[in-house]
Design a binder for this molecule. Structure first.
Ligand SMILES: [Fe+2]
Ligand SMILES: [Fe+2]
Length: 290
């Protein structure tokens, strides 16, 4: 069922508690604070088409961040079932809070660009599978690793966007997103490293069996989240405006994505004996036409 994404604090005393969590725990204070200030206004005029695409793409990003919060939150009980140490549980909960904040930041960018961020979404709680063909700890590891693989690749795109962005306020937002996403990318790899030596041969096989499924989904989800969809390359002036407003260009983003899979993800997975390069060739393709 669809519901309106609610990203503004309510009128009770819990709102100040929420503010304190953001300020004291989630980072980015002072001049680097990514929250929008009253004097943050666009520094120049942009082509109307660029503004329209930028608003659409920031909205898409907002929904994606919101869904990511649900994903991390759902992994926590799986880590509990799988017997993970407490640091992974608190850190993954923190990742969920980061994603809620990211969604809020994206909604503020939409306001900054002059549009209403209120959006209806359907939260798909089936995004985090309960793997019943493996041990509980491998099930949790599969899901946390998958979340971190998507973050590992998003990091490359964010770096590119940060290099080109010109609006100072959007630069502050991208800086915060990149800082948080690097933790999100790290947590799954670290969990894999922490657990790996302790896994039985059977559990290692369960992890290997997951690779063709994971890599197929990874490709589909990342393509689905690409900026600007798969349309034609826009004219130079509009493209420059979009870079200034915090986006990469779709075909370049796709290239960076495949490069990161090839140079970073597969080789790191292979180093754990997960035969990911072979699994990539045999990946199970998924159509995410939603
Ligand atoms: Fe995020
Ligand atoms: Fe993230």
């Amino acid at each position: 069922m669809k519901s309106i994404m609610s990203l503004k604090p309510g009128p009770t005393s819990i709102a100040s508690f929420h503010e304190r969590i953001i300020r004291s725990m989630l980072g980015g204070e002072g001049e680097h604070s990514p929250e929008k200030r009253d004097d943050d206004v666009l520094s120049r005029d942009y082509h109307p088409r660029a503004m329209e695409v930028a608003i659409r793409t920031w909205r898409k990003r907002m929904i994606h961040e919101y869904e990511s919060a649900a994903v991390f939150a759902q992994i926590v009980p799986q880590l509990m079932e799988g017997g993970a140490t407490i640091d992974f549980k608190t850190t993954v909960l923190r990742c969920a809070m980061d994603e809620l904040r990211h969604a809020t930041l994206c909604s503020q960018v939409i306001e900054f660009l002059g549009d209403d961020p209120r959006t209806e979404v359907e939260i798909d709680l089936g995004q985090v599978p309960n793997h019943d063909d493996c041990s509980k700890r491998v099930g949790a590891l599969r899901n946390l690793l998958f979340a971190s693989l998507t973050e590992t690749i998003s990091m490359g795109l964010l770096t590119e966007e940060r290099e080109r962005v010109e609006e100072p306020y959007i630069a502050r937002v991208l800086r915060r997103l990149a800082a948080d996403e690097s933790l999100h990318a790290r947590v799954g790899w670290t969990y894999l490293a922490a657990l790996h030596d302790d896994l039985s041969d059977e559990e290692r096989q369960q992890l290997r069996d997951y690779m063709p499924v994971a890599l197929g989904h990874l490709e589909a989800e990342l393509l689905h989240a690409m900026p600007l969809g798969s349309g034609e390359k826009p004219p130079r002036q509009i493209l420059d405006d979009l870079f200034a407003l915090g986006f990469s260009e779709a075909s370049r983003a796709r290239r960076l994505m495949y490069q990161a899979i090839d140079e970073v993800v597969l080789s790191r997975l292979d180093a754990f004996g997960l035969q990911a390069t072979d699994a990539w060739d045999e990946r199970i393709t998924v159509d995410l036409a939603h």
